[in-house]
Structures are given as C-alpha cells and as structure tokens.
Design a binder for this molecule. Structure first.
Ligand code: SF4
Length: 307
C-alpha cells in the first residue's frame, strides 16, 4: 500500500514523495501549438468552456524557447523551492498537434534539462498518431513521460454539447495504445457540466476507476470570460455548483476511485481575472480545507470499497 502522507486520498504530492522522496513543482509550458478544435480542422470555436489561452493562462510567453520558459517558470516557484526537480508540463492547447520534428525538438529540449525529472504532456486522444507514440516511447526511455487527456465526460450528449470533437471509443483506443508503450495516463474530468446529474458525473468517474488509468484531475466547471459557456450561463440555461454540492459529488467521486489512482487535482484553478462563476472557488484554501474536513467527517477514503 502506498503512503498517502496522512491524507484521505492519494495525492500527487504523496506519489512524488513516495517515488522521488520530495515534492516536484510543475513548470507550466507553452509549446506554441493550437488545437484541431480551434484551427478549423474540427471546429473553429474550441470546446465551449475553453478560454482563448487554451487553458494555458499560467504558462510563460510562447515566444520564449522551452529552456527560457523553464527558467522563467522556475523563478515563479523559487520562493517555494530554491532548487530541486520539476515536472515540465506542456499545458496550453493540444501539445502533440504539430509536425513530429518540431515535437521531438521541444520535448527533447525539456527532457534534457538537468532539473526536469518528468515530462507531462496535455493533449487530445485523437492527436496521438503512431509516430507520436513512437516518439513518446523513446522519450519515456530517457525520463518518465506522462500523457494528460481531456476527456471531461463519458456521456455522448455532453461531449457533443461541449464540442469535444471525438467520441468515447477514440479515447479508449488512445488509452490502450498508450498502455501498450507503458505511458501513464492522467485523465481530466469536469464536474458540474450543464445538464449532467450527480449520477452522470459519478458514472464518468466509475468508468475511469475501471479503465486502468494512473491519474485523474477532478476539475470543478469554471465559467470563464469570452467563452460560449459564459453566454449560455448568462442566458440562464444552467447553474454552477455550490460549494456544498461540489463537496457532495467530489467526495463520492474520490471514494469510487481505486487507492492506487493518483488524484492530481481536486478542484482546479480558474484564472482569477477570467473567472465569472463560481466565485467561491477563488478561495482555494478554504475549498481544499472544506474538502478535507468533509472527507474526514464522512469517513470517506479513496477506494474504500476496493480495500
Ligand atoms: S481540446 Fe483543449 S485546447 Fe482544444 S478547444 Fe478543447 S479544451 Fe481548448
């Protein structure tokens, strides 16, 4: 049994301490790519919730080289950790959506940095060609490589509503191919999508609990400025979750996960300057403390039913 360092769930920090003996900070990077959901290949509008920055609001400028971005991002975490090892996280847009030579160049640059211990790449399951997988397998022999896939939901009607642009079998195929080359997969799930019930959200998490993934990011739906979701929200078509509703759904979701699935995120950071709702999520520490208190009160432990 892995150590959870006193937490009622298997956090990323616990995983890193177990594996590397220390916390590793994430350096969010921008590989300068776009997304088939934005460049017209599938759509031009992007997913309904996606901000103009393609979820890369916390990355340094894409005009900088990868090494320069790593150094700039290290400066930002320097107060917390003077030196040490990091996760190089290609976060903005779809980070395998570029010619293979370019991908090889930027990923090699990141993985070759002496302070980078892990390369983590956020992408879409329909952007993992055989040549990309071959590159990932090679990189994974140098240092650990993680792939993060934005699934958000298993429900087809929601997938169409959010304009995800691929069906569930595409995700299943990508997962199987990544598993075949021993690349750990972290899946992003959004809790609170319009028109999804608590049961729908838990069905997504329960499906993933049995899918053989290594990590999950549970993300509260944020309504951000300049998105189509913001218009839909203002028109009154749905309500965002209250803190109490979120705690109730989240804790059941955590309990549904096996004890060895690493929970990378329990809420998510909405960029403050873009966030329209729910505003309670800006109080990050209050939210996290409320989650932990509620878990303890309910005697809720990840994978309880699996132990
Ligand atoms: S796939 Fe990702 S980057 Fe592309 S539009 Fe959707 S959320 Fe944004």
């Amino acid at each position: 049994m892995n150590s959870w360092n006193g937490k009622p769930y298997y956090s990323l920090n616990s995983y890193l301490k177990n594996t590397y003996g220390q916390k590793l900070y994430k350096l969010a990077l921008d590989g300068g790519m776009t997304c088939p959901n934005r460049d017209g290949t599938l759509d031009t509008r992007g997913c309904i919730f996606c901000s103009r920055g393609g979820s890369g609001e916390f990355t340094p400028s894409r005009l900088l080289s990868v090494t320069e971005q790593i150094e700039a991002a290290r400066q930002m975490v320097r107060k917390k950790q003077k030196d040490g090892f990091y996760i190089a996280y290609f976060q903005a847009f779809t980070n395998t959506y570029a010619p293979i030579e370019y991908l090889e160049q930027i990923f090699m640059e990141a993985i070759s940095h002496p302070n980078v211990a892990i390369l983590s790449i956020a992408t879409r399951p329909d952007c993992l060609s055989d040549e990309v997988l071959e590159l990932l397998a090679r990189l994974n022999r140098i240092k650990p490589v993680w792939i993060e896939l934005g699934l958000q939901t298993i429900h087809e009607s929601s997938a169409v509503f959010i304009r995800r642009g691929y069906a569930l079998p595409v995700f299943e195929d990508a997962l199987a191919r990544l598993k075949a080359i021993s690349i750990p997969v972290i899946v992003h799930v959004i809790l609170g999508l319009p028109h999804e019930s608590k049961e729908d959200m838990l069905a997504t998490v329960t499906y993933l609990a049995h899918a053989g993934i290594q990590g999950i990011k549970l993300q509260l739906l944020h309504v951000l400025k300049d998105t189509d979701l913001a218009d839909y929200y203002r028109e009154g078509h749905f309500q965002v979750l209250t803190l109490e509703e979120y705690l109730d759904i989240l804790i059941d979701a955590v309990e549904a996960l096996p004890p060895d699935v690493v929970i990378h995120r329990l809420t998510g950071d909405g960029p403050e300057q873009l966030l329209i709702a729910p505003l309670w999520s800006l109080q990050k520490w209050h939210t996290l403390n409320s989650i932990l208190e509620e878990m303890k009160k309910r005697g809720a432990y990840q994978g309880r039913r699996f132990l």
